[in-house]
Design a protein around this ligand. Structure first.
Ligand SMILES: C[S@@+](CC[C@H](N)C(=O)[O-])C[C@H]1O[C@@H](n2cnc3c(N)ncnc32)[C@H](O)[C@@H]1O
Length: 358
């Protein structure tokens, strides 16, 4: 059959567009990690000489990087080799306390996740994925934290918890909350700071994440939070917690079915399981129909990260990034004897939120 040459050209252009995106991401990581964005944001109009001298760097390299940043529109070229970063670009690229700070996620993809590409031959052939500690290491726990910290710091205590029935009241009066799959602990520490009379436990089976969480905790004076590895100290089997949260981790678990049952057993009768998980349909067709432009990225995250983690032990259920959408969450919650299920929308295009109760 003759090839449709127009379609061939279109697809080739598509592939190159995505190579473009990969390269832009690599340059974003350089801007973030070398402090170039922060220096640009605080310096007003600069030349490459000024920026290089501020950072004690070689001018030639800074100039090439700046040209690329002007090409993608992250900095403005004012002519005559003068550059400026707008306040908006500074919020997104230089200010990691801004709710829309996005440079943190770049470091997660390049170089961290792309580092596990060579392992994929073995993974695809054996079927056995890699745990977070195997594919990500210590740096990944940090990158993961930087990607989601702005959301936790700006939304969780002020917007999310008050929207859940009775949760704030319990936390104000000495309740107990477990955050399963807590990563480096940002969410649980934000909550512990806001509710000093309540007790908080973060559970994660990544030693790197726990190490980072404990290090961050030591830099605070929080005494109402501690961290445990559930492989050593599982959730208690009696009703102990008023609230259990799982932020973007059920789909990463190798055995989510028993994990959800364990959450049900550890939760008090009037407790709340609050779930944040990737917004997904029940099938590929549903996901394609929705035409989310970030869908290919999510499947990429799955292969290099979430599916890998969720296939990392024998008999794993293998959900992957898009494997715990609303229909499945409802089904599995009902099977674990939860009876109330309410969806929330907290204006995050990537995640869906469920308030699930016995
Ligand atoms: C995508 S990260 C989310 C981390 C954190 N909740 C956040 O939102 O930043 C998923 C986390 O789930 C953890 N995880 C995977 N399987 C787990 C399990 N069976 N029990 C506890 N944590 C698990 C991983 O180590 C990782 O830290």
């Amino acid at each position: 059959m003759a090839l449709d040459e127009d379609r061939v050209s279109e697809l080739a252009v598509e592939v190159f567009k995505h190579l473009n995106g990969t390269m832009i991401t690599a340059m974003t990581v350089i801007g973030d990690e070398l402090g170039l964005y922060r220096a640009l944001a605080s310096s007003g109009v600069v030349t490459s000489e000024i920026l290089a001298s501020e950072l004690s760097m070689s001018e030639r390299w800074v100039r090439e990087w700046l040209h690329g940043q002007a090409a993608v529109g992250y900095v403005d070229h004012l002519g005559d080799g003068r550059f400026e970063m707008s306040a908006e670009a500074a919020a997104v690229l230089a200010d990691d306390s801004h709710p829309r700070f996005s440079a943190g996620g770049a470091g997660m993809i390049v170089p961290l996740l792309s580092r596990s590409v060579p392992a994929m031959k073995r993974v695809f052939e054996s079927g056995r994925g890699l745990t977070y500690d195997e594919f990500g290491g210590a740096q990944f726990a940090e990158a993961q934290e930087r990607m989601w910290a702005p959301w936790f710091q700006h939304q969780l205590v002020d917007t999310v918890l008050p929207a859940l029935d009775g949760v704030v009241d319990k936390l104000k009066h000495g309740g107990r909350l477990a955050d399963t799959g807590c990563g480096a602990g940002v969410a649980v520490m934000e909550m512990a700071r806001a509710y000093p009379d309540a007790e908080f436990v973060g559970y994660d089976n990544s030693e790197h994440a726990l190490e980072r969480a404990n290090r961050s905790k030591r830099q605070t004076n929080l005494e109402n939070v501690h961290f445990l590895n559930p492989d050593v100290d599982p959730l208690p089997s009696e009703p102990t917690y008023d609230v259990i949260t799982t932020f973007d981790c059920i789909h990463d678990m190798a055995h989510p079915t028993p994990a959800i049952r364990a959450i049900r057993s550890a939760l008090k009768g009037d407790g709340t399981w609050f779930v944040a998980d990737v917004h997904a349909g029940d099938s590929l067709d549903e996901n394609l129909e929705e035409a989310n432009p970030l869908l290919p990225m999510l499947y990429g995250f799955s292969v290099l990260c979430c599916l890998s983690s969720s296939m990392s032990s024998p008999d794993a259920e293998g959900f992957g990034t898009l494997g715990f959408g609303e229909a499945k969450a409802r089904r599995m919650a009902a099977e674990a004897e939860f009876s109330r299920f309410r969806r929330h929308d907290f204006a995050n295009p990537l995640n869906a939120y469920y308030e699930i109760r016995p």
